[in-house]
Design a binder for this molecule. Sequence first.
Ligand code: SAM
Length: 290
Amino acid sequence: MDGTRGRLLIAGLAALLLLSAAPPSVTQAEDENAEQRSILSLIGARAGEVIADVGCGKGTWTFPLARAVGPHGRIYAVDIDREKIDDVRKRKDRDDVKNITVIHSIPDDPMLPSGQLDAVFLNDVIDYVGRSALAGFLAGIRSALKPAGRLVIRDPNGNPDRVIAECYRAGFTLVEAKVPLSSVPTRTFSNTWYALKLRRAEEMQPAILPRLGKPTRFRTRLHLAEELFRLGLISREELRNTWERIENAPGSFDPKVDEALDLIRAAEAIGVVPAKRAEALRTEARKRKP
Ligand SMILES: C[S@@+](CC[C@H](N)C(=O)[O-])C[C@H]1O[C@@H](n2cnc3c(N)ncnc32)[C@H](O)[C@@H]1O
């Protein structure tokens, strides 16, 4: 090989090496930043907050969350997989991150401290929790949250109805649903992501659980309208109209006072009747008691 060809070969190899070591394209980096921003704003993570990243895996979201809550906040990184938890622990020790607590949990209990959390985040986790573990898993999250604490669920399996129903059953109310989630980066394997923002409810919600109460004709109508609303088939306006028709229908609160109270409570939980009006209706229903 003569000198010129040799130099060309070396230059070519050097260029190849440089290319393979190049940082990710700007588009992917931008994509990841946008995803991070959208997740942090979805969770509403603020400085000083205490948040759990349950099913944290290797900590993809644990570390950005730790930066968002800052030195006066805390992130609980929880997972049932010992290897993943060890990875998070190693990375946290290596980078000397002081505001992360690692918890190796069990399937039906995230093993979080009671009543201390502002929010819990589940990213691509809920579908992995087995049916028999789900009730305990959600109950553990509920009792770890402060009153009105937030539960944010982001999942690639675009079928949130079952999850919403399970969360209601576990004592959460829905604040916001993004179905499908529009800000999902193009590089992900699924385009059916959704996000739910729920809050710990004061008491267990009867709204979409007719089997817990005795559904009356009116209660069933309200329940069905709510299901249609959740499926995106009717608007909130139409849901409210259904309630107004029930409220004005003769005999809708008769004859049994507990059924009437149940109906009003359901409407209140769905958010179609303001608290003041609900109270007035309750007073009226009690007066009719035979
Ligand atoms: C697909 S990974 C998602 C990891 C991470 N949240 C992310 O977005 O990169 C699902 C994780 O949930 C964890 N997991 C499954 N069931 C769980 C449970 N009952 N409690 C806690 N973690 C669980 C798995 O071990 C796994 O690490």
